[in-house]
Design a protein around this ligand. Structure first.
Ligand SMILES: [Fe+2]
Ligand SMILES: [Fe+2]
Length: 160
């Protein structure tokens, strides 16, 4: 089994603690949606695809398992670190890169390193394209617009 598949299984096991089935389904859809977007963006930019996808699968884990978005990026990074060490098979520097990307993923106004940027942009792609009829959030507009440029997507009305 690949490391990514192993992480997916771990994440699905973690999400079993969520009491509402529909919330659990939404969590699985979002994490896999961000994971797919991360694969696309990292391939385009020449960023480590596997690390980007693993970070994506784990990026909101603590928000889902605790039911709170309070400081969820840092809490998810901490939970990811524990899970990745428990799983084994990953180097310290790989775990550090993944956890840094997760910890910073909610700072959408800040430009960070390549892996962090892939995760932030992948999150924005899922938020905006999962249901294109929804208004783009203010804090995600600038990123969404540059992603449209980068990927040659027709700009949609952002309901500005
Ligand atoms: Fe998040
Ligand atoms: Fe997210």
């Amino acid at each position: 089994m690949s490391r990514l598949s192993e992480i997916r299984e771990l994440v699905y096991r973690e999400l079993r603690s969520m009491p509402e089935e529909m919330e659990r389904v939404r969590a699985v859809v979002h994490l896999n949606g961000v994971c797919l977007a991360a694969a696309l963006i990292s391939a385009k930019r020449g960023v480590h695809q596997e690390l980007a996808q693993i970070a994506a699968m784990l990026h909101d884990i603590a928000a889902y398992t605790s039911g709170s978005y309070e400081d969820h990026a840092n809490r998810s990074a901490a939970r990811a670190k524990t899970l990745l060490y428990e799983m084994g098979g990953m180097r310290d520097d790989e775990i550090a890169q993944i956890c840094t990307a997760i910890a910073k993923h909610d700072d959408k106004h800040v430009v960070d390193g390549p892996l962090e940027e892939v995760l932030k942009d992948a999150d924005v792609i899922h938020h905006t394209l999962h249901d294109p009829s929804k208004k783009v959030k203010d804090k995600e507009k600038a990123r969404y617009d540059s992603l449209c440029q980068e990927f040659g997507l027709g700009m949609r009305a952002t309901n500005a």
